[in-house]
Design a protein around this ligand. Structure first.
Ligand SMILES: Nc1ncnc2c1ncn2[C@@H]1O[C@H](COP(=O)(O)OP(=O)(O)OP(=O)(O)O)[C@@H](O)[C@H]1O
Length: 922
């Protein structure tokens, strides 16, 4: 009877391959090396041998026949086997990278100022940029780029809701677990970044985290498909018969923490909400029955503790034995408060050992591939989501109590919740070998802040050191796995290119040992990385209250994790283990600390509880979980292994140190170079500015010279003349008329004055200038001596200098002066020069004006000596007065000189303005 189904299975395998060879020709045309490479990749990605995995999760009882005992194989499943096995075999390299999700915590201070997150910028749905705010702004512009772009599977901005986050990250894993896959999800980030909020949730409506939601979805989906719990899980993936009388369990029974009003009632600040429910339901194969089991552990100070150790299990015929020493009360949740200081309450908890699973747990029968488990960790069955949440609440309470006792506001331990699902086909519920186990582990890691930032001392320092150590080892494991995978890929590529067969032993030899055993955290998680399981990581980041350094460290960790691939998970039925036998337990070391716990606050009575916490070390030879203690372990091999790991660690540390020194040196050199470049930049800028100023001054001087020489004015005049053409000419004519008139009026006035007094003088030319030029020509008094007048006019008209003085003080300088200026322009380098030259100009002009006054005296006599045509004109005018008639060309001459004077006055004015400005500035 036993051989027939086995033959059927083998034949079905052959059928599968045959079917595949015809249906999947392209796949089979790949080189042998390539297919070998897949096989190797799935098995030797790390130095710790992986389990024989790669089988697809089944969707019905028939699609994983090779996992079951031959006796249980039904012939009717052959067809399905033939169809599905090839896919299983070919896809044995079901490796996928670790998924990394980034979640940005909102600003809880409601700080709307966006500048409070200067170093984090969301670039897309999968990437963010971080810019080091401490980097000097100049270096941001330089070639040295202080910003880094990090890529994730998905980036969740601060406004992401809990349901949305759950649906995108955890729901696919929950689905996989219900179908027989294993999955690990851990939250990583610095303190206060939202890890606990993400996993467990907040207190508000709709803020339940991924853990309660996962439980809701699981129980929604298996509604009506509950198994009877005849078998219970042991270790990592083993199954054993449940204790008699523990099943069937009344689903309405509840787990209890305490029968005494206790500390548990006071420390009720727990975030796992009972009221809220996620209504998502997944479609499952209804031919299966499911039982759900929960375990809750924490790693604190490199010791593993069971957070459900003291929970009263209603299914157990007797309560778990009280741990520790007979003192006032037993386990930590049954705490009467307060107690006196002289008789402190003793809290005991025992650390659990992490042990290798027995070979029987491995489907390959290989001891090394069976993984490691926490010996003595309770796995409690739950029948409903609310029961599960209640249990987790108690575990959370336990964690909070001990966290509070450790005087810590934040989670200083790594908390692991594992939801284990046992699934069996209804028709095979009595066959333990057909039971499949799958598990989902959610890990809330302790904050990743570094000790140098937290300035911790004493116990806190030890705590922080252990946290950092475990997180560092996790990083090292990932790095080694990634390097191994690269080595492997290179070897495979080389083998394929060379067309040679690959020797797996050679490939294995080139792989490094992954240091999982260097910390409890990695030891527990190891199975997900080396064996089977899908791994996802949530990066929590709080850009508001935490620094750039801390968060960039977290980002780098994520970047590393994303480069690691894990093997796709599989559900494997396990053989029933041998009967368990108790073994002699070795003495356990213990660590005791005394703590005073104060409870109370505003409006509450202050209670003080004096506690003594006894943390016992794990027992070295505990054999309560079956045959794992029987595994033959060669002490020499173990010692050598430890030696290798130690050396590797030393090498790793040395490399890290060297890398750090190199990075620091580079940074120093870079900063020095930048400083130098900045200094040079400043120096050149100063020089440039000085040159620009000099050029401006020179330009001003040149302009001054040009203006002094009248070149600029002439050009402008010429241009104006060209543009205005005729109109300008008309203006000139007007101006000539004006001059003509003013000469006449002066002439008239002179004669009028002469009629009153011979000694009176004509008004000064300046006064004449202020007079309206449109003054009408009065009838002139008859000149006393017309001949004298005429002779004087002739004399004056022959004297150019005197004529120049007639005009206003804007009149152009004499021609000799102009040429003088052209020949030697006055240097205007110093203020005093400017002032001197302008003062000189003013003095010159005043002299000219004085000369003008003198010429007025002369003009007195001019008016009375009209020339002949003038006299004739006077007669023609009716004889009422003598009118002055200018000589031919006289008016034009005066106009010309007037213009010249105007031009000369412009540079003088400019010089005056500049000297005024300079004196103000001085
Ligand atoms: N997405 C979010 N939306 C609203 N509040 C949040 C969010 N994330 C975190 N918080 C709040 O921020 C605070 C800190 O979060 P939490 O305790 O989860 O941080 P943590 O990373 O677990 O810290 P520790 O490592 O110290 O335990 C809590 O008050 C929490 O309610």
């Amino acid at each position: 009877m036993a051989t027939k189904p086995r033959a059927a299975t083998r034949s079905s395998s052959r059928n599968k391959l045959q079917a595949d060879s015809t249906s999947s020709v392209p796949r089979l045309t790949r080189s042998t090396a390539a297919s070998t490479s897949k096989d190797i990749a799935s098995k030797v990605a790390t130095a710790v041998p992986a389990k024989a995995t790669g089988r697809k999760p089944f969707v019905s009882r028939d699609n994983s026949p090779e996992l079951k005992q031959p006796l249980q194989r039904a012939t009717k499943s052959k067809v399905m086997v033939a169809q599905q096995k090839p896919a299983v075999d070919e896809d044995s390299d079901d490796r996928e990278p670790v998924k990394a999700y980034l979640r940005v915590r909102p600003d809880l201070n409601n700080d709307e100022d966006a500048s409070s997150t200067p170093y984090l910028e969301l670039m897309s749905r999968t990437s963010v940029r971080m810019v080091d705010p401490s980097a000097p702004s100049s270096s941001r512009l330089s070639s040295i780029n202080p910003s880094s772009v990090y890529t994730f599977t998905h980036v969740f901005p601060p406004e992401t809701t809990q349901p949305d986050f759950f649906a995108r990250t955890t729901l696919p894993l929950v689905k996989g677990v219900l179908e027989g896959e294993n999955a690990l999800l851990f939250a990583y980030g610095v303190t206060n970044s939202g890890k606990t909020y993400t996993i467990q949730g907040g207190g508000e409506e709709g803020s339940a985290g991924i853990l309660p939601r996962s439980l809701d979805v699981i129980f929604n989906s298996i509604e009506g498909l509950h198994g009877d719990g005849r078998y219970q899980p042991v270790r990592l993936q083993g199954i054993e018969l449940a204790d008699e009388g523990t099943y069937p369990l009344d689903p309405s029974s509840r787990y209890r923490a305490s029968s005494v009003p206790a500390l548990a009632d006071i420390l009720q600040n727990l975030s796992i909400s009972q009221a809220e429910m996620d209504t998502t339901t997944l479609k499952l194969d209804r031919n299966h029955e499911y039982t759900i089991w929960i375990s809750y552990a924490e790693v604190y100070n490199e010791k593993v503790y069971d957070l459900l150790a003291s929970v009263d299990d209603p299914s157990a015929t007797q309560l778990p034995p009280p741990s520790g020493i007979p003192r006032p009360t037993s386990s930590y949740l049954n705490l009467p408060v307060p107690t006196s200081q002289s008789n402190p309450l003793l809290l005991t908890r025992k650390a659990l050992a992490v042990k290798p699973c027995p070979a029987s747990d491995s489907d390959s029968g290989d001891h090394s591939s069976a993984g490691r488990y926490v010996a003595g960790l309770r796995q409690l069955r739950v029948h409903s989501a609310s029961q599960a949440k209640e249990l987790l609440r108690l575990g959370q309470l336990h964690r909070t109590v001990f966290g509070t006792l450790a005087n810590s506001q934040s989670s200083r331990s790594h908390a692991f919740v594992t939801i284990k699902i046992l699934r069996v086909h209804r028709g095979e519920r009595n066959d333990p070998t057909s039971i499949q186990t799958s598990r989902l582990t959610l890990v809330d890691l302790a904050g990743s802040e570094r000790t140098k930032h937290t300035q911790t001392t004493g116990d806190r320092l030890r705590e922080a050191g252990n946290i950092n150590n475990s997180l560092m080892v996790l990083g090292q494991c990932m790095e080694t796995m990634r390097n191994n995978q690269r080595v492997l890929a290179r070897s495979l590529a080389g083998g394929v290119n060379a067309g040679s067969r690959l020797d797996t032993r050679d490939v294995k030899r080139g792989l490094a040992v992954v240091p999982f055993r260097h910390s409890k955290l990695t030891e527990i998680l190891m199975d997900y990385f080396v064996g089977e399981g899908r791994v996802a990581m949530i990066l929590n980041i709080n850009p508001y209250d935490t620094g750039y350094d801390e968060n960039s460290h977290v980002m780098k960790f994520a970047a590393l994790a994303r480069e690691v691939a894990t093997t796709a998970p599989t559900a494997i039925p396990r053989p029933l283990p041998k009967a368990t036998s108790s073994k002699a337990k070795g003495p356990a070391a213990s660590h005791t600390r005394k703590v005073t716990l104060s409870i109370g606050g505003s409006g509450k009575k202050l209670n003080e509880t004096h506690l003594e916490v006894l943390e016992e070390d794990e027992e070295m030879n505990e054999g309560d979980d079956g045959d794992d203690g029987d595994e033959p372990i060669n002490p020499l091999v173990n010692a050598l292994f430890d030696e290798i790991e130690m050396l590797r660690m030393q090498l790793f540390e040395a490399e890290i140190k060297a890398a750090v020194i190199e990075a620091e040196t580079r940074e120093e050199v870079m900063q020095e170079m930048e400083a130098r470049m900045r200094n040079m930049e400043k120096m050149y800028t100063r020089r440039l500015m000085a040159e620009v100023q000099q050029h401006e001054m020179k330009m001003d001087e040149k302009l001054d010279m040009l203006q002094h020489s009248g070149l600029l004015g002439k050009r402008a005049q010429r241009q104006a003349f060209e543009s205005e053409s005729e109109g300008e000419q008309l203006e000139d004519i007007d101006e000539e008329d004006e001059v003509n008139q003013s000469l006449r009026s002066e002439y008239t006035e002179v004669h009028e004055n002469d009629s009153h007094s011979d000694l009176s003088r004509s008004p000064s030319p300046l006064a004449g200038k202020t007079k309206p030029k449109t003054s009408s020509i009065k009838p002139l008094a008859r000149p006393q001596s017309a001949e004298h007048d005429h002779s004087m006019i002739e004399k004056e008209s022959s004297d150019e200098e005197v004529d120049d003085g007639i005009e206003d003080w804007n009149s152009p300088p004499p021609t000799e002066k102009k040429s003088k200026i052209l020949k030697s322009p006055p240097p205007l380098l110093f203020e005093s020069d400017v002032e001197d030259s302008s003062e000189d100009k003013v003095e010159d002009l005043e002299d000219e004006l004085n000369g003008l006054t003198l010429s007025a005296d002369i003009r007195d006599s001019i008016a009375v000596v009209p020339n002949k045509p003038a006299r004739q004109k006077a007669v023609a005018s009716g004889g009422s007065g003598v009118e002055y008639v200018p000589k031919p060309g006289e008016v034009e001459e005066v106009v010309k000189k007037k213009r010249q004077l105007k031009k000369t006055s412009v540079p003088v004015e400019a010089s005056l303005r500049r000297s005024t400005r300079a004196s103000k500035a001085g």
